[in-house]
Structures are given as C-alpha cells and as structure tokens.
Design a protein around this ligand. Structure first.
Ligand code: AMP
Length: 300
C-alpha cells in the first residue's frame, strides 16, 4: 500500500565531529521517503524553491517515490543548519529558515487523498492539520514533530493534530518536553492521553520503545560503529517503520514490533554517511541481512 508523506524538503548545513556539509539534501519528507521506498510506494507533498537541486533526488524516482506533489514556489528552499558535538543524540540548531514553507499550504491531489498510510513528517502543525482536512481516513495516520514546534507558538495546533492521529513517533527529549514530565513512562502515559493510541519513543543510541494496546516493546539500537551524521535518523526510522507496515498491510501487534526493528535497521544505516547518501547505495539485501542480525542480537 502507498504512503502519503507531507513534510519538510530542505537544504541542510551540518557539522559533526567527522566533518561538514553545506546545502545537502535533507528535510523530514526526503529522509523518510529515502527509507520507506525500500518497502512501499511513497507519495511526497512539499515545496521547494527554484534553487532546489532536483537532480540529487533522482534516485528516489527510480524507487517508486511519486514527486508530483512537490511544488516549486517563488523564493528559496527551506534551510536548516545544525551541529552535533559530543552528543550524537541531539542536534544543536543554529538556524532554521522556513523560506518557501512560510506561505506554503499543502494541496493533496485526488489520487493521493485515499492513501491508506499517512505520515505527517516533522513540519509546521498548521500544515499537518491542513493535510488531515484533505485526506480520507487512512488505515494508519502517524506523525512526528520536534522541539521547534513543541516549544514555539504552535503548541495549540500541535495538540490538535495529536487528537486526530493514530500514532506518534517522537524522540525521548521531545516526549518529555511535550508532556512536561521528567520520567519516560510518565511522559508516554501523558502523551497517550493526548490522542494517539500508539506511541514510539526513539532514544537515539539507546534504542526505541513502542507503546501499543497496553503493551510495551523495547528494543536496543543496532550497535553501529563509524557514525558520521545522525541527521535524518528519526525520519529514516519512521520510513522503515511505516514502510514495513504499509507493505505488510496489517497492524497486528507482531507487525508493530517488527516495524520497530525495521525502523531501527534503517536508522542504523542512515547515520553512517552525511545527508541521505547511505540510502543511495543501500540494497534490499543489506536490509534483510541486518534485520536477521538484529533478531539474533535480541534473542534470548
Ligand atoms: P531528524 O530525523 O530528526 O534528524 O530530522 C532531520 C531533518 O529535519 C533535517 O534534514 C532538517 O532539514 C529537518 N528539520 C529541521 N528543523 C525542522 C523544522 N523546524 N521543521 C521541519 N523540518 C525540520
């Protein structure tokens, strides 16, 4: 089944202890699509400026990513710049330039409206609401967000989006910030009261926890050496997670757990190169081998 994703399409300037890139391909919708497209067809809705280097996302078209919903508007492409210092789990944002996203309003075409899987990637909650207003009720509506929107002036809209989705994927720091709780289980409980029935809290190098139907499933991260750039780890996790569920087509408890493993597998590849470069060369076989190794890692 196809996944509709609405999110940022960005040019990122990133510094990590291993190096620096300028105006690299990024944004939540692109990182998500790069991972999810290994499993299911993806439909992207977003906006770029005429300065966007389309050629660099040519690899997505070859993988059944429909970019017809990616508008080009007057102005510059969204830009984000950030840095990772000693802590690979959280980026220090230096600058966020919304540019073309300031005036953007998503238009979901008739052929995209009935997508069975919807991912509201990290973007202005107002745009997430506008998307929900246009789609037919999908089998699974999931969302992501970040500190920029939780702490800013958009909290009310964000709480509105939460009421209307089935699942939230969020990292541990942001879960605490959103819920105003210091302990992760308290945070999870508070967030589940806000609307979504299912919650995935990502803990960077410490793994991820799934809360679904009164059950908790906890998974470590795949032990990954040679981390180069964690940007997009969360989006690629969401891509593996949603991509697998859309491929499986059913949301059983076991599939939810497998989806957490696929999410972790995709994130473990993503962080080993800048931008989404690792996703360009990755193969379905690489994913299958790592999934098998992961099962072995947690078997006891
Ligand atoms: P993550 O998977 O959480 O590392 O997300 C990384 C991506 O989020 C980067 O490629 C950025 O372009 C994008 N990003 C950063 N800030 C924002 C924001 N305020 N809204 C939407 N996307 C953002």
């Amino acid at each position: 089944m196809a996944i509709l994703v609405v999110g940022s399409v960005a040019l990122d300037t990133i510094k990590t202890p291993t190096g620096k890139v300028e105006d690299a391909i990024g944004g939540s919708a692109i990182h998500f699509s790069a991972a999810a497209s290994f499993f299911s067809p993806v439909r992207v809705v977003g906006v770029v400026g005429p300065d966007y280097p389309y050629k660099k996302i040519g690899f997505l078209k070859k993988r059944d990513v429909d970019l017809s919903g990616l508008e080009t508007a007057e102005g510059e492409t969204f830009r984000w710049s950030g840095e990772y210092t000693h802590d690979w789990n959280s980026a220090i944002t230096h600058d966020t330039k919304l540019n073309v996203f300031k005036t953007f309003s998503p238009k979901i075409s008739d052929s995209f409206r009935q997508s069975q899987f919807l991912f509201l990637a990290n973007i202005d909650p107002t745009l997430q609401l506008q998307t929900l207003d246009q789609v037919e009720k999908p089998l699974l509506a999931a969302m992501d967000t970040m500190n920029f929107w939780i702490q800013g002036t958009k909290r009310a809209e964000l709480l509105e989006v939460l009421k209307r989705v089935d699942l939230l994927l969020i990292n541990d720091g942001e879960a605490k910030m959103l819920s105003k709780k210091n302990h992760l289980l308290d945070a999870a409980q508070a967030i589940l009261q806000m609307g979504p029935q299912t919650l995935v809290i990502k803990k960077g190098e410490h793994g991820a926890v799934l809360f679904h139907k009164n059950e908790i499933f906890s998974l470590p991260a795949y032990p990954t050496k040679n981390i180069v750039d964690p940007t997009g780890a969360g989006d690629s996790f969401a891509g593996g997670f949603m991509g697998f569920l859309a491929k499986a087509g059913d949301l059983s408890q076991n599939n939810m757990r497998r989806a957490v493993v696929y999410g972790s597998v995709m994130a473990s590849f993503m962080v080993t190169d800048f931008s989404c470069d690792r996703m360009r060369t990755l193969t379905a076989e690489d994913i299958a081998v790592r999934y098998k190794n992961f099962c072995e890692l947690v078997r006891f």
